[in-house]
Design a protein around this ligand. Structure first.
Ligand code: ATP
Ligand code: MG
Length: 295
């Protein structure tokens, strides 16, 4: 059990996100490698920090092969309960980075690879939803891949708490881009009676379509996903045209996720039985890591 930041050595910066930075770190005593996410809270955001700390307690209870393990929450020792400052999440390290990185390197992914990513995400959501946890931030940078070709979900709950701190920054817009119509515009689409579970399914649909098209699918190529554009397309946009090259199973899966009315949208349990994510179609973990490493 690691209790103090001084037990860790920083090895590299893995990336920056909404309100924080992720480092690759080594536990000096055991030489085990972890990812350390450092969330920065200023003094105006003490309530956010307290909420993040509370959510972190939930995070520690989550134990699933489809979800990034959180090994502990540490602070930098410079603050007391009421002050601002850093909150550090010690997480399982995922050697091959995120789906966002993979999309940057490969642009479009083969359907079998997309199917195996979708299946793992659905299995992760089945677990989280079973614990009454809504993720709220399913997007490519929160789907991570390890050296065994396993895909896992990262960053639930807490990212939602820090999101409001930076309404104009790119990674906050990144989060909005995957939001469901009922979250973006509850007046029009009706208060979400599914308590947000259906929103995670919508986000998965956007991710799956993005993997096939090689770009963010809801707006035109080169268009910036600002608030107004996203609002127009997510809340008022017509049904999306599916890529012609996609299989019938792919098209049916994405349409079931991207149903604008959350009442008619497929549930995680239904989607786990969809032929697109049938195990006979999905890449195995071995094939996935082979694809990540060699294309
Ligand atoms: P958000 O703050 O909305 O989650 P984000 O996902 O882009 O946005 P971070 O969660 O801070 O930002 O992550 C930044 C990057 O760090 C990710 O894109 C990923 O490449 C890397 N990363 C995050 N967690 C891990 C991890 N456990 N193992 C390896 N790399 C990670
Ligand atoms: Mg993240």
């Amino acid at each position: 059990c690691i209790e103090n930041l001084s037990e860790l050595e920083k090895l590299a910066v893995l990336g920056h996100g909404n309100g924080g930075t992720v480092y690759k770190v080594c536990h000096k005593k055991t030489s085990l490698v972890y990812a350390l996410k450092v969330l920065r809270f200023n003094h105006n955001a003490i309530a956010n920090r307290q909420q993040a700390a509370r959510e972190a307690e939930i995070l520690k209870l989550v134990d699933s092969p489809y979800i990034i393990r959180c090994h502990g929450v540490l602070d930098n020792g410079l603050m007391d309960e009421d002050s601002g400052g850093d909150l550090c999440f010690l997480m399982e390290y995922m050697e091959e980075g995120s789906l966002h990185d993979m999309l940057r390197a490969r642009q479009r992914l083969p359907e079998q690879v997309i199917a195996s990513v979708a299946r793992r995400v659905l299995q992760g959501l089945e677990y989280l939803h079973g614990m009454q946890i809504v993720h709220r931030d399913i997007k490519p940078s929160n789907l991570l891949i390890n050296g065994r070709g396993e895909v896992k979900i990262a960053d639930f709950g807490v990212s939602d708490v820090v999101a409001g701190t930076c309404e104009t920054c790119d990674s906050y817009m990144g989060t909005c881009a995957y939001m469901s119509p009922e979250r973006f515009d509850p007046e029009r689409w009706g208060r979400d009676g599914s308590d947000g579970f259906a929103g995670d399914v919508w986000s998965l649909g956007v991710v799956v379509l993005q993997c096939h098209m090689g770009r963010f699918p809801l707006i035109g190529p080169g268009q910036r996903p600002d608030w107004t554009t996203l609002m127009c397309v997510i809340s008022f946009g017509e049904r999306l045209d599916m890529p012609e090259t996609a299989s019938a199973e792919f098209q049916s899966f994405v349409s079931a996720c991207l149903e604008k009315d959350w009442r008619k949208r497929a549930t995680v349990a239904e989607l786990l039985h969809h032929p697109f994510v049938d195990t006979s179609y999905c890449s195995s973990a071995e094939d996935l890591i082979d694809y990540v490493l060699h294309g």
